[in-house]
Design a protein around this ligand. Sequence first.
Ligand code: ATP
Ligand code: MG
Length: 332
Amino acid sequence: MKKRILTGDTPTGKLHIGHYVGTLKNRVALQDEYEEFIILADTHALSTLSGNPRVIQGHTLSVLLANLAVGLDPEKVHFFAESLIPEIYEMAAIFSMYVSHNRALRNPTVKDEITMKGLGDRFSLGFVNYPIFQAADILCVKADLVPVGKDQEAHIEQTRELAREMNRIAGSEVFPEPEGLIGEIGKLVGTDGNPKMGKSLGNTIYLGATTDEIKEKVMSMYTDPNRIHASDPGKVEGNPVFIYLDAFKTPEDEEQIAQFKQAYTQGHVGDVEVKTYLVGVLDRFMAPIRERMEKYNNEKLLLEILHAGSKTTQGEAQKNLEEVKKIIGFVY
Ligand code: ATP
Ligand code: MG
């Protein structure tokens, strides 16, 4: 039997190139080796969109479309909507009894997101419960591996603790302790130099972006703030333009990029020239994504894919919820 992957996205907006390097690329690379379950975590999306919940459904389909557009094969991968698997809610309710309130609040990603999203003290109970829900997403299919971006590491630790606790009570290894798999670039910087390219921060290049959209974003990108003239020596390290070049280059781009790096540090090439090259690199990366996006952009087809994957996932979730109930002795 193949080992399992569980990963996915919160449908709070469109997916972007940060999601690609953080997790989508690994999903594509591992779809043959593993049995993959990909969640569209619509209930999780309520943690930020509760006031405007009806937009989530549209985002769910757009996020599914982006997953297909990067090359995930719906014949192999099970895509499911969190809200179609009520077993997840039951499992999460049980798990929430095993996590102290302090432990939940101590989660560094929860703390970061409260600051980053400016939630102050208005964050919901569900927001703090987010990682516990996520543990249910992961354990309901007994996943072995969870390919995610760096910001999810803390949540996976929470899942591992819950798996261990269930196993301790059971006296045997019922749940594998899932491992995280962080992408080569665990956190891609935004076009504005913000350490995280984020759906809600407006500093993104969306998957499926047109050539013009790419051009507009790249040409106004943040580079080295201390460099005023093209003849000033510039900094390559930490410069978003070079980070993107390295992230999306093909082997044919290697030599040119190495030359640019050298020239940039010596003040022999301007931002505009390097940025123009980056537009080309990103446009070549995006071309097949745009094509597949057109191919799958059909609501009926997307819903069929979602229903089929949800049905398979629910079968697994039912079995594993039963196991949790057996562990805690809820057998009547
Ligand atoms: P939200 O603000 O709603 O949480 P998000 O942009 O963080 O949105 P998620 O759906 O939470 O998106 O994350 C999906 C996956 O993409 C996760 O594995 C996350 O770690 C990863 N990811 C998100 N942003 C980045 C980024 N800038 N670089 C690399 N990976 C990222
Ligand atoms: Mg997130």
